[in-house]
Ligand binder design. Sequence first.
Ligand SMILES: [Zn+2]
Length: 75
Amino acid sequence: MERILEQERWMARDISFICFEWVKTFFGRAFGCWHRQLSLPFTRGNETYRTCVACGARRRFDREKWTMVGSFYRY
Ligand SMILES: [Zn+2]
């Protein structure tokens, strides 16, 4: 009996986690991501950018000024 309860608790955790992920994705798509978590600057060719960990959008990064420039874009 206790085992079943334990399992149900784990399932409930899984389900709430999946729902949370889904809501996050849904809101990210519907209302735009806030791009709060960004990767470290990447350089590829002559372009340097940071990528949003949540949605994958990129923003150009100026290495000389060490700051982000322009707005986010999808690749
Ligand atoms: Zn984002």
